[in-house]
Design a protein around this ligand. Structure first.
Ligand code: FES
Ligand code: MG
Length: 577
């Protein structure tokens, strides 16, 4: 293909092309690594942002996969250089990986801007890594393509299929109820995560990588390929080839990430029975791209888009490997055509509609037809009321139907440790009608909005056979979680949101069909409690947490740092060389 951009116009040419002392320095250091002008002269420099880490089991294959990406870049006449960035491991980072999403986003933006980069390949997959990489690359503005890690293989225990996250919660409740012994528990521990790759349930990882594809930031079909599949290596190489052409075509994220693209992502998220975390991340991503997506866009979509993906935890039976064999995301999107903007541009250079030509569903039970959905509506619902004036969310498709309209007394916990101790206490005064409330678990109060929102059912009730209760918090929950959990209450209690005012014994009324959530407490009483609220204790006195505390936004705005939002100040511009 004839380059549309001339080699002199490459951003990296500012580092390498001139006959001056600075460029001499840059070139001599490339030679120090064994490269010759044949490697770089006139070629797009492709940064491969690799979130590999020994602490990220989901990205364990990235050390190898980066070589496949480099192969593709070389084939297409580019010059690949790998840049390690923060891995944001969902499993090991405490207090929560969410505290570090924005740190990775900031790092991505800065490493791209500060280096001689013409285009970027973004390697991610484990929960927060996807939004973080996309947010940073969007702000950096160079052509970028997303390479999803791919889901791990199905878990297995005694011939039963295990889903990461979801089955851990499920079997843990059985263990607490005394139905599973130590030996069986050990076997489950060894069988639930059998290969590298991200969680293979429809958790946050599978949701966010599907969203990346729906927005148009991955090659068609990329997000569904299981991590150990040879097709994943081929996708990596193809992404490497493609990014080189994207540089010549100047196919920057702003040309792909339009409002229509984000609306497509919301539609797909709903049809996947997505993780609630998708809301926060997608709002943050869209705002970086200059699109004002709000909670109401999700609620609107959830009322019309049916859940078609029969993947746990919203679906009953299947996991991502089954979804891939059923045709993967292109097959699902093929079914969603009536709801999608098919003219949206993708990194492939094709319109979405063109990429879906020939997409076929091979298993109608895994990817349901529109007329036989898992749920006709209701992947997510946004509730508002005197407990959550700025909104909160619930996943009606994952909760017991009798709890969708419920009134009951609140049982309130001020912090996670006291809640955790109380639910194990079999003398706790609690009934299945109680509404469990956890506060101080939001973006500032948590801090970092930990995944505490699926509050454990009190042990006493678990033993009586209770498996779902209404729960309310300003926390998030894992995308692999389930139950009648109302999350992301905004504003959070730590900043004096009404959740801070509720007391044990107050009646709470939740009505999902009517989208309402209220505490039945007179306004005068709430005013009295508000006046008596103590000032919150600072969570951090130094370091990254201190900065986080000063700049983090609320859940309904995507929890980005205010100074990273697109409209905050003048663009950073190109560095002086
Ligand atoms: Fe990485 Fe679930 S722990 S995706
Ligand atoms: Mg998760």
């Amino acid at each position: 293909m004839k380059p549309r951009k001339s080699p002199d116009a490459l951003r990296s040419a500012r580092w390498f092309a001139d006959d001056d002392l600075r460029s001499f320095g840059h070139r001599s250091r490339l030679r120090q690594m064994g490269y010759a002008p044949e490697d770089w002269a006139g070629k797009p420099v492709i940064a491969i942002l690799n979130t590999w880490s020994d602490f990220n089991s989901c990205h364990a294959h990235f050390k190898d996969r980066v070589e496949d990406i480099k192969r593709g870049v070389f084939q297409a006449g580019g010059f690949p250089l790998e840049i390690p960035v923060h891995s944001v491991s969902e499993t090991f980072l405490k207090p929560t990986s969410m505290l570090y999403r924005n740190m990775l986003a900031m790092e991505v933006e800065e490493v791209i801007r500060a280096h001689p980069v013409d285009g970027a390949v973004l390697m991610g997959g484990c929960d927060k890594s996807t939004p973080a990489l996309l947010m940073g690359a969007t702000s950096a503005g160079v052509p970028a393509i997303y390479v999803p890690a791919g889901p791990m293989l199905r878990g297995n225990w005694n011939g039963k299929t295990l889903g990461s996250g979801s089955d851990a919660w499920k079997f843990w409740d059985e263990r607490r109820a005394g139905n599973i012994d130590q030996a069986a528990w050990n076997e489950i521990e060894g069988g639930i995560a059998r290969s590298y790759g991200h969680c293979m349930t429809m958790g946050t990882a599978s949701t966010m990588t599907a969203i990346a594809e729906a927005i148009g930031m991955t090659l068609p079909g990329a997000s569904s390929i299981p991590a150990p599949d040879a097709g994943h290596m081929r996708m990596c190489a193809a992404s490497g080839r493609r990014i080189v052409d994207m540089v010549w075509e100047d196919l920057v994220p702003a040309r792909i990430q339009t409002r229509a693209a984000f609306e497509n992502a919301i539609t797909v998220a709903m049809a996947m029975g997505c993780s609630t975390n998708a809301i926060i991340h997608l709002i943050a991503q869209a705002r970086r791209a200059g699109c004002d997506i709000t909670l109401d866009d999700f609620d609107r979509a959830s009322r019309i888009v049916p859940v078609l993906a029969n993947v746990r935890p919203s679906g009953e039976a299947y996991l991502m490997e089954d979804f891939y064999f059923a045709g993967g995301l292109p097959a699902l999107m093929g079914r969603l055509k009536p709801f999608l903007h098919l003219d949206a541009l993708t990194v492939s250079g094709l319109r979405l509609g063109e990429t879906l030509e020939g997409a076929t569903v091979y298993n109608d039970d895994v990817i349901r037809p529109l007329e036989n959905p898992i749920y006709a509506e209701g992947a997510l619902a946004v509730l508002r009321g005197n407990l959550a004036p700025d909104g909160c969310v619930i996943k009606p498709s994952a909760c017991a139907p009798h709890l969708r309209v419920h009134t009951g007394p609140a049982l309130v916990f001020d912090d996670y440790p006291s809640m955790k101790a109380a639910v194990e206490d079999e003398s706790l005064d609690v009934t299945p009608d109680h509404v469990l409330v956890l506060r101080n678990a939001g973006p500032l109060g948590g801090p970092g909005m930990p995944e505490w929102g699926m509050l454990p059912i009190p042990k006493k009730l678990v033993k009586e056979g209770v498996r779902d209760m209404l729960r309310i918090s300003d926390a998030r929950m894992s995308g692999t979680s389930y139950g009648a959990c109302i999350l992301h209450v905004a504003p959070e209690s730590y900043v004096g949101g009404p959740l801070a005012l509720i007391a044990t014994g107050d009646m709470v009324r939740v009505d999902v069909p009517n989208r309402s959530i209220d505490m039945l407490v007179p306004e005068e009483e709430l005013a009295r409690r508000r006046a008596a609220l103590p000032a919150p204790e600072p969570r951090f006195e130094r370091g990254y947490g201190w900065m986080f505390s000063r700049h983090i936004g609320q859940a309904n705005q995507g929890c980005d740092f205010d100074f990273l939002e697109t409209a905050f100040g003048a663009p950073a511009g190109e560095p002086a060389i």
